[in-house]
Design a protein around this ligand. Sequence first.
Ligand SMILES: Nc1ncnc2c1ncn2[C@@H]1O[C@H](COP(=O)(O)OP(=O)(O)O)[C@@H](O)[C@H]1O
Ligand SMILES: [Mg+2]
Length: 285
Amino acid sequence: MTANGPQTVASSESSGSATDAAMTDDAPLGSPRVDDAVIESRDLDVYYGDDQALHGINMDIPERKVTALIGPSGCGKSTFLRSINRMNDLIDIARVDGDLYFHGKDVYDDDVDPVALRRKIGMVFQKPNPFPKSIFDNVAYGLRVQGKDDGDVEKKVRTALERAALLDEVEDQLDSSGLDLSGGQQQRLCIARAIAPDPEVILMDEPASALDPVATSKIEDLVEELAEEYTVVIVTHNMQQAARISDKTAVFLTGGHLVEFDDTGKIFENPESDRVEDYITGKFG
Ligand SMILES: Nc1ncnc2c1ncn2[C@@H]1O[C@H](COP(=O)(O)OP(=O)(O)O)[C@@H](O)[C@H]1O
Ligand SMILES: [Mg+2]
């Protein structure tokens, strides 16, 4: 058991579990069940007001692997990602139906504290968004805000920067502003901030799409390394990137449907769905 083992996000015992919950007719093509699931989505619907953005999403996310979410713009990738750590709660008109289990506990149960949940399931966004603070304080922020400032902050900040493959580049300037870093360094700083509180899952929404090719390839290398310790879920519109760095791939298509989920090699070499094949080969999207 590692430091990233199962930890509860609520005070009470788990009530429901997806383990026995069969996937329904909405199950995508491919192999949406995995043996070592950390997250299980069952019949998940998400609405913005009267508009339904996701329809009956059924899929598992395996532990300490990279799972890529791909598909054309507007198909619900970001919406699905945000439903995992309840970031959609912050959008007034968003409403979620169905079940989303994290270690067998439905994160939408009344007794789940979303702040505690986000400590376990951290997030990195498309545009690097460091705070106008020092490099050190950016990373320490994640610890302080979550009450983890137990006197060991300096060590934890350095460890997080090291895991985010940034320490070597900033070691001598920890007191200078995070905003003075390059775009790629800023994104790695945001990754360090996300991993400082020692989450179990890291959600990344197109983390490299605002970066140049060199910075992008550093982020890609980093994602693969992170999966040795964390479960990574990454949205990308770059199919080559998904093929390169992910173990599992979920293909969402227009209208908010998960069409196919399987090992990345299978999705890119021999998908079951003709629509997925057309999308992968660039016939649309
Ligand atoms: N905050 C929001 N308010 C209203 N509608 C939204 C909001 N965010 C996303 N949507 C809608 O939900 C659908 C899915 O969007 P999104 O999850 O952002 O797709 P993707 O990340 O695949 O591009 C789109 O039709 C989008 O317009
Ligand atoms: Mg998006």
